[in-house]
Write a protein that binds this ligand. Sequence first.
Ligand code: GDP
Length: 212
Amino acid sequence: MKITTATFLKSAQYPKDYPSGSLSEVAFAGRSNVGKSSMMNTLLGRRNLVKISKTPGHTRILNFFLINEEFVLVDFPGYGFAKVPLKMKERWAEMVETYLDSRKQLAGIVTIVDARHFPTDSDMQLLEYLESKNIPVILAATKTDKLTSSQLAALPARIRAAVTSDFPIVLFSSHNGNGRNELWKEIKKLTKADASLKKADSRKQLEKEEMP
Ligand code: GDP
């Protein structure tokens, strides 16, 4: 995937502040420190576009990035950091739930897990929650460079055994770039499927309007 342009669009907490337009969006969710910013920067080939937060729980808003003028990537704030007070956790949940429930442009979510620690309780909670909402998921297991080759070979089966849905699994590493092309391929599949759904919807709408 060639990235010709990658620009920060805006940050938003409430729907009124989300970017306008109908481009498909793919969001990135994961625990604080899981390697989400590194993954997004690796995907985009930009060292620092998505800020690598050294303070877990630091970024508490949704950040929107326009890619190749074609689609939008959304950076969710990291979740599940133990030191974040309950009020903050509630605010995270409310902001993310509002986005998931209301955002028509959402094509799917890249759920990022740590290849060494999957599945944690919060990984499973998020996956079950997204499944209950029928939101397409790509499961990206990152930091695979920290696994031995036999651990790496066993990982896909280990993940499959823990989950019920058959979403795509991508083994990723920001340190050696493994999985970058595969993750792009899956993201493009999501945005294409979403765009054709929208086209079919608007065709149906047109047909309805044209009916006498
Ligand atoms: P975020 O809080 O989820 O955005 O996580 P960051 O991208 O800031 O990464 C958290 C820490 O994990 C940093 O110290 C990164 O250098 C490290 N890290 C991120 N991705 C990888 C990876 O693929 N492999 C290894 N070994 N370390 C990583």
